[in-house]
Design a binder for this molecule. Structure first.
Ligand code: HEC
Length: 247
């Protein structure tokens, strides 16, 4: 099972918890004539909140592990997803702080709670929603098939924006860099081989730290004998770096 599949299944639980949290809150604060016992509702709301937060942490951990593993720059959608997740976290903690300590703000709690739920829905929609719509759960989709067999894909259909970036970087590298920089070796003589270059502590010629910024610098103002590539756009450089991280 891929990390996306696991995240998708867990986020459905997350969604249910978010909605149940909203439901218990509405029933507690929103009705003049109570349908349920208020104390039990409050208790259910509290336990639900703990579960919600625990599941949130699991999802955040999986997401962060994925970013750490690929190391590539995030796609705009993924960036949006991460931002939404952060807002859920901070608002949730704010709500907790008000309930536990800063009771003078208690009147704001309901509004914050609703915002947390809406942001949680957005967080799930921007990741799980996208994953499901792009065919991630359909076994025969190109992506699921490739995930299952572990083979690299040749078709662009069903690829995430991050993977497309790597593919573009690879094409660019092939046309502009490969003639001088071998990717099969890391030999440092002449034009250095760039196998595993982003995993090194230092770049082979200059000894500068192997960071995306220093690659960008090397392309704009090369260290010593390499020609400059001032025509490359920021996006192209990002794609190149994403690809070089896979070497
Ligand atoms: C005409 C040959 C040539 C081409 C084309 C070329 N390079 Fe280089 N590159 C060099 C040489 C030579 C060096 C070593 C610099 C030195 O020590 O003089 C180098 C060094 C580097 C380094 C190591 C820099 C450091 O700080 O140690 C990186 C990274 C690099 N090149 C990336 C690229 C990328 C990415 C491209 C394609 C956009 C590219 N190069 C295209 C010749 C080339």
């Amino acid at each position: 099972m891929t990390i996306f599949m696991v995240k998708t299944l867990i986020s459905i639980v997350f969604l249910v918890l978010a909605l149940f949290g909203a439901f218990t809150m509405f029933e507690t604060l929103g009705r003049s004539e109570k349908r349920f016992d208020t104390d039990r509702l409050k208790k259910a709301h509290r336990i639900n909140g703990i579960l919600f937060f625990a599941v949130f942490l699991v999802l955040a951990g999986l997401g962060m592990a994925y970013i750490a593993r690929t190391g590539a720059e995030l796609s705009p959608r993924a960036t949006f997803h991460v931002m939404l997740a952060h807002s859920v976290l901070f608002l949730f903690l704010l709500k907790l702080a008000i309930v536990k300590a800063y009771r003078q703000f208690y009147g704001k709690v309901a509004a914050i709670g609703i915002t947390v739920v809406l942001l949680a829905l957005g967080t799930v929609a921007s990741s799980t929603g996208y994953y499901i719509l792009s065919g991630g759960l359909t076994p025969k989709s190109p992506r699921a098939a490739a995930d299952a067999s572990g083979t690299p894909e040749t078709s662009k259909q069903g690829l995430s924006a991050d993977t497309v970036g790597v593919q573009k970087g690879k094409d660019l590298y092939g046309s502009k860099c490969l003639s001088c920089h071998d990717i099969e070796s890391a030999s440092a003589t002449g034009s250095p081989g760039l196998k595993g270059v982003m995993k090194l502590k230092a770049l082979p010629s200059s000894g500068r730290p192997a960071t995306a910024d220093n690659i960008a610098l090397q392309l704009k103002k090369p260290y010593k004998k390499m020609p400059a590539f001032p025509e490359l756009t920021e996006e192209e450089v990002t794609n190149l770096v994403a690809y070089m991280k896979t070497l």
